[in-house]
Structure formats: structure tokens, C-alpha cells
Design a protein around this ligand. Sequence first.
Ligand SMILES: C[S@@+](CC[C@H](N)C(=O)[O-])C[C@H]1O[C@@H](n2cnc3c(N)ncnc32)[C@H](O)[C@@H]1O
Length: 208
Amino acid sequence: MPILDPDINQYLTDLLPERDPVLYEMERLAEKREFPIVGPVVGSLCYQMAKATKAKRIFELGSGFGYSAYWMTLALPENGKIICTERSDENIKLAKNFFQQGKLLGKVEFHKGDALELIQQFEGQFDIILNDVDKQYYPRALELVVPRIRTGGLLITDNLLWHGRVVAPDNDPATQGILQYTKNVYASKELLTTIVPLRDGVGISLKL
Ligand SMILES: C[S@@+](CC[C@H](N)C(=O)[O-])C[C@H]1O[C@@H](n2cnc3c(N)ncnc32)[C@H](O)[C@@H]1O
């Protein structure tokens, strides 16, 4: 089930200002490989959220080849930093090339491994945490990330409408992970959440 009418999605995409050329290249690669990036409309929303929170320190769980991270990096100040985590060597290699092309390597760190383990190796809090790991890990990811977001910071989580499967649930661990995550995130007294029904549904949770 497409969440957004494809014509509306195209309309919203066409409204965006011209993007950094590296983003277009990443979009072409995603299309060629059928790799699930957040896409330009949600990417632009992430950029907007990073600007709105004046983010200086961002953590991303599940970075793929760096598309969502690239958008947020464009919003960082000179001394800003984004920590990307990804378990695939090949994706990290591609991401590094894209960031180098965009002259953004100075603002990014790539760490290979399980994002849920890696976040526990970093100290302190973040202005934004973006969560896009395998969906069965979402409930555990939520427990780990909530204490790591500063007050007034944001948790951004992709795929919360899961191609409509949230309203026609199956027993797949991914669907169940998303449903459990959503129940927990809305029940949290530390977070104020809205699912924005763009692309596959993106959760924006404000840390209270
Ligand atoms: C949907 S893609 C990420 C796309 C990226 N956020 C974007 O929009 O450009 C999810 C990525 O997370 C990685 N991944 C999934 N679970 C992970 C985990 N537990 N630890 C590290 N990487 C993980 C996968 O290898 C995949 O590249």
C-alpha cells in the first residue's frame, strides 16, 4: 500500500529546491540497486529538523551509503559532527566516497558494526538521533536512544507506516518490531511524537 499518492509524492519532490549534485547521484544509485533510502522529501525534512534544532552532534543508526546522513550534514555548522553506523563494509566505502565528493568528510565519522552496540560506546547526548536499523530491533533501539537525546532534541525514525502493514499486521518480526516501537514511543512520557505520513511514514519525537 503506497502511503502517499505517487502523484502527490512527485509534486512534493518537484517543489524542492535544486539539491547538492551528490544527492542526485546517491538517488540514482539507490534506484539502480533498489536500496531503501529515505528519499528527497524525507531527506529535506531531516535537513529542516537539523536546522530547527541547531544540531551540532548527530548519531545515525543504520546509515546505508549515507543518503540521510548527507542531508543532515549539509545542515551542520563548521564544528558539527555526525556519527554514522553501518554493518556493511561496502556501504561504508560508498558513503565515504560520496562524502569526499561533497567535501564533507570533515564532519562525519563512519563506524562499522551493530549500531545498537556502537551507540553504547559513545559518551554524552546528541541533538538528533536518526534510527533506520532493521525493524525488529526498533524496540531495543528506542530503549537505548531515549537517554541519549538532549532535552529539545529529536529522535527521527523511518518506516513507521511500513507500507501499510501497520494496519494489516502480519507476524513478521519487522512488522511486529515497528508496532511495538510505535506503542512504546507514543506511551513514553519523555517524548512527544508525530508520525508524518511522507514516503513510508517518518516518526519525529521531541525529547521533553
Ligand atoms: C534502510 S537502510 C538505511 C538508509 C539510510 N538511512 C538512508 O536513508 O540513506 C538500513 C541500513 O541499516 C543497516 N543496518 C540494519 N540494521 C543494522 C544494525 N543493527 N547495525 C548496523 N547497521 C544496520 C543496513 O545494512 C542498511 O544499510
